[in-house]
Write a protein that binds this ligand. Structure first.
Ligand SMILES: Cc1cc2nc3c(=O)[nH]c(=O)nc-3n(C[C@H](O)[C@H](O)[C@H](O)COP(=O)(O)OP(=O)(O)OC[C@H]3O[C@@H](n4cnc5c(N)ncnc54)[C@H](O)[C@@H]3O)c2cc1C
Length: 403
């Protein structure tokens, strides 16, 4: 009987050990495809900025990638593992001026994850090299290899480089050039923090909804709060909340420095109805609040250098977060890319052919998701258009299902 074709020498290099890079590497591991991750952080979760996110429609693809052991431990990295899942979960959409509930989106058994804990779980057992900040990429002609250079003057050679290096991807810049790969700013500022509150306000916020909600104000600001961590269920003052505060702004300079950011935060928070107002105003003067102008990059095709360099996750489709689609799309990328890699390594299909299948699907889906997320972010800050926004008309569904 003819021996099955298996390419055990194929070496996948992934730049970026974020959620998408680790999901890809987990699937490569179960498919016996050699895969090494290169991460600029000097250790896992070195950067203190944290947030939480929901996996909605991409759970089947996530399970496909990570396998039974990690899937079974997902409940331990939920924002509140003791609470666990609930088939009654909803996402309330609230009028931020009056407190009136405009709509309750059903989100039964939502998988709301604490990012740093989630990342620690999916990084388990992977070959990750830390302190590796990408500097340059070379694709020598006449070979099937890619050479990656890092800022610490080290170099690695492999067969495929996957840029999973986030919204400001250097790999995307290499593939398309600085100008074509640049993020495009949007007319919205976004601030965020993870903080605890006094017991009284924390309880009142959780009484609105157990897990998360959003409040849109007719004058523009949008306040989104989600439970982040529950060290002691009986002590509301220990609960951590992820806050996001966004508002429309076309051309002011981005608030910078602790004082300026706090001033903008308080200015917009003042407008909110109780108890949101108190929750935002109470944030400690010492709290770290990050602030950026929101930005996107509308996915377009790239030259993958004869099947040697590609993109996945935010690197391929950086989008705004008001409809929670970035990670969900990144997980789809991971699953579909690994199916393509398997078709190459196990079934002997040409790498350029299998990457063409992956990239064609990703580029169409990614571009649509970026555009729709950006439009949604603009619409939710415009009271007249709020109810036509994708979050109202489609909730968290993928575009293909929402149409
Ligand atoms: C407040 C907020 C809420 C969100 N909520 C949701 C949600 O509910 N649902 C959803 O689907 N999405 C949500 N998102 C989006 C989601 O967080 C992202 O889409 C997802 O985390 C992207 O993962 P990634 O692995 O592609 O990128 P990242 O998580 O950014 O990982 C990239 C990694 O690459 C590393 N890196 C970067 N540059 C280099 C370099 N030059 N060399 C080496 N390493 C490098 C970084 O250190 C990082 O570890 C939310 C985002 C925010 C901010």
């Amino acid at each position: 009987m003819a021996q099955a074709y298996v390419n055990n020498n194929f070496h996948v290099l992934v730049v970026g050990a974020g959620s998408v890079g680790c999901t890809i590497a987990q699937r490569c591991k179960s498919l016996n495809i050699k895969c090494t991750l290169f991460e600029r952080e000097s250790r896992l979760n070195e950067r203190t900025r944290d947030w939480n996110f929901g996996i909605y429609h991409a759970m089947p693809q996530f399970n496909e990638c990570v396998g039974e052991d990690i899937s079974s431990r997902i409940p331990t990295v939920l924002v509140d593992p003791i609470r666990g899942f609930s088939d009654q979960d909803v996402f309330p959409i609230i009028n931020g001026q009056t407190g009136e509930i405009l709509m309750k989106l059903p989100t039964p058994n939502v998988v709301r994850l604490n990012r740093s804990k989630f990342r620690a779980l999916i990084a388990e057992g992977l070959d990750i090299q830390y302190g590796k900040r990408l500097r340059d990429i070379q694709c020598p002609s006449g070979t099937d290899t890619v050479i990656v250079h890092f800022e610490d003057n080290t170099t690695v050679t492999g067969n495929l480089l996957i840029g999973a290096d986030g919204a400001n991807s250097r790999v995307r810049e290499f593939l398309l050039g600085r100008e074509k790969a640049a993020l495009q700013p949007l007319a919205v500022f976004g601030c965020g923090a993870v903080e605890s509150l006094s017991a009284d306000i924390s309880r009142k916020i959780r009484d609105i909804n157990d897990l998360y909600f959003v409040a849109y104000h007719p004058e523009g600001p949008c306040a989104f709060m989600a439970l982040h961590d529950v060290p002691d269920p009986d002590k509301p003052e220990t609960w951590q909340w992820m806050y996001s505060l966004t508002w429309p702004d076309k051309d002011s300079p981005t608030p910078a420095g602790r004082e300026e950011i706090r001033k903008s935060w308080l200015f917009h928070a003042e407008k909110l109805a109780e108890p949101f107002r108190s929750a935002y105003l109470e944030i400690a003067p010492t709290a770290t609040i990050w602030c950026d102008r929101l930005a996107e990059w509308r996915t377009e095709a790239w030259d993958n250098r004869n099947g040697r360099v590609t993109l996945a996750g935010d690197a391929a489709h950086p989008m705004t977060y008001h409809r929670g689609q970035g990670l969900n799309n990144g997980i789809l990328d991971a699953a579909y890319l690994c199916r393509s890699l398997n078709a190459h390594c196990q079934d002997g299909k040409g790498i350029t052919d299998v990457l063409e299948v992956y990239e064609k699907e990703l580029q169409e889906r990614g571009k649509e998701a970026v555009i729709s997320s950006g439009e949604n972010s603009l619409m939710v800050h415009d009271w007249e258009r709020l109810k036509q926004s994708p979050i109202f008309t489609m909730g968290f569904k993928p575009l293909a299902e929402g149409r």
